[in-house]
Design a protein around this ligand. Structure first.
Ligand code: PHE
Ligand code: ZN
Length: 874
């Protein structure tokens, strides 16, 4: 391919023209759709005078073009692959344009496409230009009116954004007219037409307005919408109470579609969801999936303010809406469920996925400064790290000033397209804090590391904490500046948490240290014994901390720390040490003993604990995380050490695990938080027990599988059997029964595919190839690709990293094929290979060879960008 051009933040210019009103009409025919647009265009007073108009447009068939009702001739305009140029336009005019598009042939799932017969759209980030010629950029905000025309009776519902003005039948055609009174960028446009069932409810806003709530699905799924509806109502109430944000239209609609590249989309008044993020039923949905539905429903709803009413000036500001909205949905979930577990999940995700991204060839700042394809920048860095940056701001400001800051932000910029800097400026203005240095979090990529050491002066009763910060080099950013890092700490002594007295001021038992310099030392007075520091409490900043704990300090934190994250972190630290010693061939008994003794004590007291938290504490660090601790990682050694540790823990804790498993049998029914926590702990115990080759545990798993009342328990038992080599006979039996039972439920079938693709033993690559041929597989459906190919490449470390390199080649071949249909998904699948430089020979070389072979193909811009960046030699 010809080298695609780079888009740079530094080149941003205000639009030369604005579109005040957008009038669209869609004529849906079986084989094609005709789109007619009337755009009221004016030249932008904020920008220099020009007379040529450049509109975005891709894969469009132009039928006609007129200005103020005067048809244009071919001399008046020019069409290239991505741009329509109209010469010499007036300062103000109506452009009338007709295009023809082919939704049935749209396999990229961007623009207008069909999914299970229904028409739907996906326009973010730059998909609207596949519908009609337009100024397809977020700083052009317009009032939209949409007319949808189809054969009468072709569809039961025909939806677009906003309010429905009319719905009538003329000459056998049904014509539905929609109007969205709020100005919006084209990426928030949506249209749906299909035969769908609808669940209805209503919500009274804080000012007393009645809002109609609707969730549309295929008829077969109409019994799986209740939970999403309840989640929506909770989210609406929460946003009123916590942010003072009220819903603005009379109607809020959600539509579930099977084929969707992402989780969901916040189109104004008409959210479109991947079925996996909205459908839920206790019989067929795991607790983890319930929580995902709750958080994604909230996330999309929250975008109505953080994203829609106030939107992004350009796509470099993507984290302005995504980071803020993820922070909002995380806090919502923390309020609805266990805050400690939510925070551990968040921290664990950052470490396992975002830190890895930040150390790889695609590393970029929260506000990137260039891209080839914006679709590649819907990343963990933009979303999750962006959310951590907002969280730090909230913590630095404190709840009151933070709320004042968001109030100011929403009020000042309502109806506008703004920047990350505008957001920070509001925080600065309302709090009076200097956030100059803090802004570096938006522009500087890479994960900062805090190297912490300490010393205790018994005579002076002083404790010194020495903190050095360092951010490693990332592509294009060799030199890093010191960041403003909020480090929340507590010091534990024999008698519990100590008062923190710094320079004469008593901060109580917990405080946030502002780490701003490359090196600094904090002196605590009146400390009567050498303490165990509890560092980075609540994961107060997205950084790595390295402090050389003594074993007994870690044990103390594991048992006593009042912060859930720090307890978990202490276990992870201890487990990480055991793994490291094993990988180095230098296993030490005391380390392993300390770990076992700590876990044993926790398990013996399980009934007195937050069981969800205890379940988290029992988790081993992921292979990805362990690998990221090495300059060059040996994947086989890592998998082996991890499997061995799991087995050792199971043997050492066998009686406690079994007692816990059995004691919880009666406490795992229903959807309450307690029941979910009990299930997670009980299933974690089962997972460990199944590492032991004993008939009694196979029996327990089978028993649980066949008698489970809910999907969490049924699936946990299935997974425990499938993933244990000694249970392969039981597993075969269970897999068959599971498929029999659930073959008509696509989302459950995806779990069935996934559990097989992630099996850690046997010839899984062969199994995966077979799954691709299974009737339940569909290579055009992103959820299926994720369930098989992405699951295998991202969640099956030992099987993906084979000495033959065959799995790498397999992935490259699949990507080349998928890229022909769906470039966004293809580019995402590439991630695991891009980390080739992290692995020792021959793995790293074999991964790179797979990338090289992919570069021989004709590639989309999406795949080209990821591939070319990861082939750069560092
Ligand atoms: N904006 C969506 C969200 O965060 C994600 C998305 C991006 C969906 C691009 C589709 C395409 O909720
Ligand atoms: Zn979002």
């Amino acid at each position: 391919m010809s080298t695609p051009s780079i888009t740079r933040l530094a080149d941003y210019r205000a639009p030369e023209f604005l579109i005040e009103k957008t009038y669209l009409s869609f004529d849906l025919n079986e084989a094609y759709t005709d789109v007619s647009s009337k755009l009221s265009i004016v030249s932008n007073p904020q920008s220099g005078k020009t007379s040529d108009l450049f509109l975005h447009g891709e894969q469009l068939e132009l039928l006609s073009l007129a200005i103020n009702d005067q048809p244009l001739s071919s001399a008046d305009y020019q069409i290239s692959r991505e741009v329509l140029t109209i010469y010499n336009v007036p300062e103000q005019f109506v452009l009338h344009c007709k295009t023809r598009i082919y939704p049935d042939k749209n396999t990229a799932l961007e623009g207008l496409y069909r999914s299970s017969g229904m028409y739907c759209t996906q326009c973010e980030a730059e998909g609207f230009r596949k519908i009609t010629y337009y100024l397809d950029r977020p700083d052009v905000m317009s009032e939209f009116e949409t007319v949808i025309i189809a054969d009468d009776n072709a569809f039961s519902v025909m939806l677009s954004n906003g309010n429905c003005l009319s719905d009538s039948v003329v000459d056998g055609k049904r014509i539905v007219h929609w109007h969205d009174p709020f100005k919006k960028p084209s990426y928030l446009f949506a249209l749906v037409a299909g035969n769908l069932d609808c669940l209805e409810d209503s919500f009274i806003t804080q000012s007393g307005r009645n809002v109609l709530l609707q969730i549309y699905t295929e008829a077969k799924d109409s019994d799986k919408c209740d939970f999403a509806m309840q989640s929506l109502k909770k989210a609406m109430r929460w946003d009123e109470e916590v942010y003072g944000r009220e819903y603005d239209l009379d109607r809020f609609m959600i539509v579930a579609v099977d084929d969707f590249n992402m989780g969901a989309m916040e189109n104004k008044g008409l959210n479109i969801f991947n079925t996996s993020c909205v459908l839920a039923h206790p019989k067929s949905t795991t607790d983890a999936a319930f929580q995902r539905v709750e958080s994604v429903v909230a996330h999309e709803y929250f975008h109505n303010w953080s994203g829609n009413r106030v939107t992004c000036r350009d796509w470099f500001q993507l984290s302005l809406k995504e980071g803020l909205t993820v922070y909002r949905d995380e806090e919502f979930s923390a309020d609805m469920n266990s805050r400690a577990v939510k925070r551990i999940d968040g921290a664990s995700f950052m470490r396992n996925v975002q830190f890895v991204e930040d150390a790889g060839p695609m590393a970029h700042p929260v506000r990137p400064d260039s891209y080839l394809e914006i679709s590649n920048f819907y990343t963990m860095t933009i979303y999750e790290k962006g959310a951590e940056v907002v969280r730090m701001l909230a913590n630095i400001l404190g709840p009151e000033n933070y709320r004042k800051g968001t109030d100011l932000y929403f009020e000042r910029f309502d109806g506008q397209a703004v920047t990350c800097d505008d957001f920070v400026a509001c925080m600065e203005e309302t709090s009076g804090k200097d956030l100059h240095q803090f802004r570096l979090w938006y522009s500087q990529a890479g994960t900062p590391q805090l190297h912490i050491s300490d010393s205790y002066d018994a005579e002076r009763q002083q404790y010194h904490l020495h903190v050095r910060q360092h951010t490693p080099e990332t592509p294009g950013q060799p030199l890093k500046q010191a960041l403003h890092i909020p480090l929340k700490i507590t010091l534990y002594g024999e008698q519990g948490a100590q008062d923190l007295i710094i320079e004469g001021k008593n901060y109580g038992e917990e405080t946030v240290l502002d780490i701003c310099r490359e090196q600094q030392t904090i002196v605590f007075d009146n400390i009567t014994e050498k303490p165990s520091p509890s560092l980075l409490r609540e994961f107060s900043a997205p950084v790595k901390v390295d402090y050389d704990y003594q074993l007994q300090q870690l044990q103390q934190l594991i048992l006593l720390d009042s912060d859930g994250f720090c307890r978990w972190d202490a276990v992870q630290n201890l487990m990480g040490r055991v793994l490291h010693e094993a990988i180095e061939g230098d296993s030490k008994e005391p380390t392993q003993d300390a770990l076992i003794q700590s876990l044993k004590r926790l398990l013996q007291n399980f009934s007195a604990m937050d069981m969800g938290l205890l379940a988290c504490l029992l988790d081993l660090p992921s292979e990805h995380y362990v690998a990221s601790r090495y300059e060059k990682a040996d994947p086989a050694a890592i998998s082996q050490a991890r499997t061995h540790l799991q087995h050792q823990l199971a043997l050492a804790l066998e009686p406690e695990l079994l007692a816990c498993y059995q004691a919880l049998a009666g406490e795992v029914a229903g959807l309450s938080a307690e029941a979910m926590a009990a299930r997670s702990l009980r299933n974690r115990a089962l997972g460990y027990l199944m590492c032991i080759d004993k008939a009694i545990y196979r029996g327990l798993a089978e028993q649980q599988f066949f008698h489970a009342e809910n999907m969490t328990d049924q699936f946990a038992a299935l997974k425990a059997m499938v993933h244990a080599e000694h249970a392969h006979i039981e597993a075969q039996h269970a897999l068959q029964a599971f498929y029999q039972q659930w073959q008509n439920d696509a989302l459950v079938v995806n779990m069935w595919l996934q559990v097989q693709a992630t099996k850690p033993w046997g010839d899984v690559l062969r199994d995966v190839r077979a799954l691709l041929e299974h009737p339940a597989f569909d290579k055009r459906n992103p959820n299926k690709l994720r369930a098989v190919i992405a699951a295998f490449a991202n969640q099956n470390f030992s099987q993906f990293h084979q000495l033959s390199g065959e799995a790498y080649q397999f992935l490259a071949e699949q990507i080349a094929d998928i890229d022909q249909r769906n470039p966004q998904i293809a580019a995402r699948l590439l991630t695991p290979l891009t980390h080739w430089h992290q692995f020792i020979a021959p793995y790293g070389q074999l991964m790179k060879a797979a990338l090289d072979s992919l570069s021989q193909h004709e590639l989309s811009k999406d795949v080209y960008e990821v591939l070319s960046k990861s082939l750069v030699e560092s």
